[in-house]
Design a protein around this ligand. Structure first.
Ligand code: PPS
Length: 288
């Protein structure tokens, strides 16, 4: 995966989005408020989906209130330079996004009461989603060869570094009451049930009709057709959606259409090695 980058504390960042100074600011100076909610993910794991869900929950399913801003402006990535100004103007309670790993996350968070929702996706599908994304986002030099891409991903040369370290880092917080984790696959399998669980974690009481509305407006189909959610407001010089949609497929298991048997076995072996000390098993380990 080729992009203009620098490394900070073992993690790969894109120069297009960050500077070393900005990452250091995000880690050491950013002020977290107690009523903030953080939507944290490794890229391509369902970040935008969760932005939609969380903003709809905040507005009790009222899409006319939750969708007044484009999806990125609703819950900007707090570490990205281009969102600094808009974050300063946000009213509390803020819903912010982040791809930062645990060891670089805002230090002030760990002294706060703010909540984190961490969404995890089968890394094989993350690879495929990211592989396609590099073909449409101008900051990447597209990789034609999936094997090279898989190798970069395994070696932590992807945007935001190693998936394995990201997941293991954040999941250290799994028993913390400020932390809630969910998988992309659970969202797909039972969106309504997931929304109910998220509401409970956030202490938000929505009635059945409001929950139905959250679900209706956060399905893949609705979001793909919604100009406030499908990234169509991003200029084509930056994101060329004539070559492929940001809202691409929205399914689980697309990796099976892309990985060869040998690639799948290779990835499984590395996955086992890298996750051997991690005593939790995810949905995809039973079904992959
Ligand atoms: S990014 O660029 O890191 O912020 O991308 P992210 O939002 O994390 O992930 C993009 C993938 O999520 C899919 N997506 C959805 N899937 C199912 N339902 C809904 N509502 C939904 N919204 C976004 C999106 O299609 C990308 O996955 P792929 O596999 O490429 O389709």
């Amino acid at each position: 995966m080729s992009f203009d980058h620098f490394d900070y504390k073992g993690v790969r960042f894109a120069k297009e989005l960050h500077t070393e100074e900005s990452v250091s600011r995000a880690e050491n100076e950013f002020e977290v408020f107690d009523d903030d909610i953080y939507n944290v993910t490794y890229p391509k794991s369902g970040t935008n989906w969760m932005i939609e869900v969380l903003n709809l929950i905040k507005h009790k399913g009222d899409v006319t209130k939750s969708d007044v801003l484009s999806i990125q402006m609703r819950s900007p990535w707090y570490e990205a330079v281009r969102f600094y100004e808009s974050i300063e103007k946000m009213e509390s309670p803020r819903i912010l996004s982040s791809h930062l790993p645990h060891h670089i996350f805002a230090k002030s968070y760990f002294k706060s009461k703010a909540k984190i929702i961490y969404t995890i996706r089968n890394p094989r599908d993350v690879i495929v989603s990211m592989f396609h994304f590099t073909k449409i986002l101008s900051m990447f030099t597209p990789t034609e060869n999936l094997q090279d891409f898989i190798d970069d991903f395994i070696q932590g040369k992807a945007l935001y570094g190693s998936w394995f370290d990201h997941v293991k880092g954040w999941m250290q917080m799994k028993d913390d009451e400020r932390f809630f984790f969910i998988t992309y696959e659970e969202l797909l399998q039972d969106l309504r049930g997931s929304v109910v669980r998220i509401c409970k974690f956030l202490g938000q009481e929505l009635d059945d009709a409001q929950i139905d509305s959250v679900v209706k407006h956060s399905t893949f189909k609705t979001m793909k057709e919604n100009p406030m959610s499908n990234w169509s407001q991003i200029p084509s010089e930056v994101l060329d959606q004539s070559k492929g949609a940001f809202m691409r497929k929205g399914i689980s298991g697309d990796w099976k259409n892309h990985f060869t048997v040998a690639q799948s076995e290779y990835f499984d072996k590395i996955y086992q090695e890298k996750m051997k000390d991690f005593n939790m098993s995810f949905f995809w380990e039973q079904s992959s």
